[in-house]
Each structure stands twice: as structure tokens, then as C-alpha cells.
Design a protein around this ligand. Structure first.
Ligand code: HEC
Length: 214
């Protein structure tokens, strides 16, 4: 009998504590069991934060010397005049694009570059002809036809003059793809009617730029 009483009073005490605990205001969520699970810390990926100091296991950047799987090697040259000069030595790491990849490269060019350079690459894009961006390079001119791919990659990566950097819009691979497209288009322009190998649209603008090309 004594045992049962002790057990009963113990159960009552627990019950009263539970009831009192849950009788707070309705807005109060009460006691939280394991708050770390209920309220996770929200990390803003690109915002500066102190996490690296608080938590030694948190590394906000890729480990130095590592490359994301499937990514190309990092571009080694700095954004200065010496880097620009040396960029002529940089070779295209991609194999020549097949026709589907070339179509994708053309699509990327028309989205990202044609607004200034024009689909025909002769500086007839709406921002150039409308005067919004002055001094857009006419990529069909001899100086650009002769320009090494590495230099083009350097300028598209860091920006040049009135052209901004495309490093965050296009991956390294996409930038090289676009440059292969530029080179193919320049070659096609140089050999005249070969420009018609592109889509009908590019063919139409190709013929207009072969008149403009020197
Ligand atoms: C906002 C307009 C604009 C856009 C968009 C643009 N460019 Fe340019 N681009 C320019 C201008 C202006 C120059 C001339 C820069 C200079 O020499 O001052 C230029 C120059 C270049 C050159 C010559 C670089 C050199 O070293 O002289 C290449 C190659 C080029 N652009 C490729 C591209 C490619 C590829 C894209 C798309 C990824 C692109 N551009 C998008 C405006 C633009």
C-alpha cells in the first residue's frame, strides 16, 4: 500500500508540473526540447559572417588547391596589364565542340554578348547602335580575327573597357565554348559564304557582316 501511495503522489507531482508548464500564454511555445534542432542557424551563403571564427569545422571557401568535380582548372593569370599580355599564351582546354555543343555556344553568345556585339559580331547589337555602350569591339575586324583565344578569354573573364566581367554569368567551360563560337564565326566570315552553316538567323546576319568585314 505504501508503495502505491508513493508512486501515485509521484505521478501527481509530474502531472501538476506538466499542466503548469503548459499553461503559459498561447503565444509562448513553451519549453523547447533540443533547440538546435528546432531552430537551425540560417547561413547566408555569400554574406560575410563570423562562422569561421565560431566553428572551426565551418569552411566557407573551397579548400585551397582543390577543384570542384567536373570543373576546369582555375585561370592562373591576374587581372593586370602583365596578365593581359601573357594571356596570349593560354590555350583552349576544351576539345573542338561538336555541332550540338556549338549550337549551345551560339545560344550563350546570343544571350550574353549579342546585346552589344550583335549576332553578326560586327558591333551592331542594340546597346551599341543605340549608343548606350560606346566603343563596342567589332569582332569581325582583322585585329580581333587575329586575337589569340587566351586574350579573348582573359577579357571576357575580367572585363575590358566598357565590357563587364562574365566570370559569374558563364562558367569557365561556357566562356571557352563561347570563344570557340566567336572563332568559328570569324573564320566563316573570312571565308565568305561559309557563314550560312549557322542557324538561318545567324546566316542572315552573317551575310550582312561579310559586307562590313574588311
Ligand atoms: C555591354 C556590352 C558588351 C557585352 C554584353 C559584351 N561585350 Fe565584349 N566588348 C564590349 C566592348 C565595349 C569592348 C571593347 C573593350 C575595349 O577594348 O575597350 C568589347 C571587347 C570584346 C573583345 C575584345 C577584347 C580585347 O581584349 O580587346 C572580345 C573578344 C569580346 N568583347 C567578346 C565578348 C563576349 C564573348 C561576350 C559575351 C560573353 C561579350 N564580349 C559581351 C562590350 C560588350
Amino acid at each position: 500500500m505504501k508503495k502505491i501511495r508513493i508512486i501515485l503522489s509521484f505521478v501527481m507531482i509530474i502531472g501538476v508540473i506538466t499542466i503548469m508548464d503548459s499553461c503559459g500564454s498561447k503565444r509562448d511555445p513553451g519549453r523547447t526540447y533540443m533547440p538546435d534542432m528546432a531552430y537551425s542557424r540560417a547561413y547566408e551563403a555569400y554574406a560575410p559572417n563570423n562562422l569561421a571564427k565560431e566553428d572551426v569545422n565551418y569552411v566557407p571557401y573551397p579548400v585551397e588547391g582543390t577543384i570542384r568535380r567536373g570543373d576546369l582548372f582555375p585561370y592562373p593569370l591576374p587581372n593586370d596589364t602583365n596578365g593581359y599580355r601573357m594571356s596570349a599564351q593560354i590555350k583552349d582546354p576544351l576539345p573542338p565542340l561538336d555541332s550540338n555543343q556549338m549550337k549551345e555556344a551560339a545560344r550563350l553568345f546570343n544571350i550574353n554578348c549579342a546585346i552589344c556585339h550583335g549576332e553578326g559580331m560586327n558591333a551592331q547589337g542594340p546597346l551599341a547602335t543605340g549608343g548606350k555602350v560606346p566603343a563596342v569591339a567589332n569582332l569581325t575586324l582583322t585585329q580581333y580575327v587575329k586575337m589569340p583565344v587566351g586574350t579573348m578569354f582573359h577579357s571576357v573573364t575580367y572585363g575590358k573597357g566598357n565590357m563587364g566581367s562574365y566570370a559569374s554569368q558563364l562558367t569557365r567551360k561556357q566562356r571557352w565554348m563561347v570563344i570557340q563560337y566567336v572563332k568559328q564565326h570569324q573564320l566563316a566570315g573570312a571565308s565568305g559564304s561559309a557563314a550560312a552553316t549557322d542557324s538561318t538567323k545567324a546566316g542572315a546576319s552573317g551575310s550582312s557582316d561579310s559586307t562590313a568585314a574588311k
